[in-house]
Design a protein around this ligand. Structure first.
Ligand code: AP5
Ligand code: MG
Length: 188
């Protein structure tokens, strides 16, 4: 089963993808984590990627789809996976459908984790003190929120038209949100 988690920065996609992955046997794919790994490796593309994401802007669609295709090929994921923060643009949403389609698969459910910006900025700033992510500064957080509104929110309509969109309240304890997501996935 292929599941997409969509939501504003800080809503808990990564936290919940890990836990759901363990509970349901669906490994998460997080492009944010993969990109940070590339930056840490100081490889060829590291500087260009850092220039984009450290300021809160998106990485290029082509690069993201190459990384996702590579992950799917390398890891198999016959039982499916959880996409954490992919797709983030309409171009990626279409490309992901094509990619899964070539494997005879499709997105079963795309879940919006809904929460207002004001509740999330504080969470991210709190994390900044411990994790030191380069994009957890106030200007970059604002840009990430803006990019979400402009580029990512339109994919909600895309999945709604396909009849696979569900929405859950992303506020509450980690435990509460986990159970909402789990129920949503198990009902599909
Ligand atoms: P990415 O790493 O995906 O960052 P993001 O979407 O900005 O979201 P975060 O990781 O900050 O938040 P989250 O929703 O995962 O929440 P988390 O669980 O961490 O992407 C980073 C960048 O990479 C992007 O800006 C872009 O540049 C690039 N990128 C990635 N994918 C891309 C793509 N497909 N296309 C193009 N570019 C791409 O939780 C946040 C904090 O809150 C944590 O400290 C957590 O412990 C805490 N928390 C979680 N749940 C709760 C709760 N219920 N109550 C209280 N605290 C909570
Ligand atoms: Mg994350």
């Amino acid at each position: 089963m292929y599941v997409v988690l969509i939501g504003r920065p800080g809503v808990g996609k990564g936290t919940q993808a890990q836990r759901l992955g363990d509970a349901l046997g669906l490994p998460p794919i997080s492009t944010g984590e993969i990109l940070r790994e590339i930056i840490r490796s100081h490889g060829d593309q590291a500087q260009e990627i850092a220039n984009r994401i450290d300021g809160g802007n998106l990485a290029a669609d082509e690069l993201i789809m190459e990384l996702v295709e590579h992950e799917l090929e390398e890891s198999g994921f016959e039982a499916g996976c959880l996409f954490d923060g992919i797709p983030r643009t309409i171009v990626q949403a279409r490309a992901l459908d094509d990619l899964l389609g070539r494997r005879g698969e499709q997105i079963r459910v795309a879940i919006e984790m809904a929460a207002p910006v004001e509740s999330l900025v504080g969470r991210i700033l709190a994390r900044a003190g411990t994790e030191g992510r380069a994009d957890d500064t106030l200007p970059a957080i604002r840009q990430r929120m803006e990019i979400y509104n402009q580029r990512t929110e339109p994919i909600l309509r895309y999945y709604q038209k396909q009849g696979v969109l569900r929405s859950i309240d992303g506020l509450g304890t980690r435990e509460e949100v986990f159970h909402r997501l789990r129920r949503c996935i198990e009902d599909c």
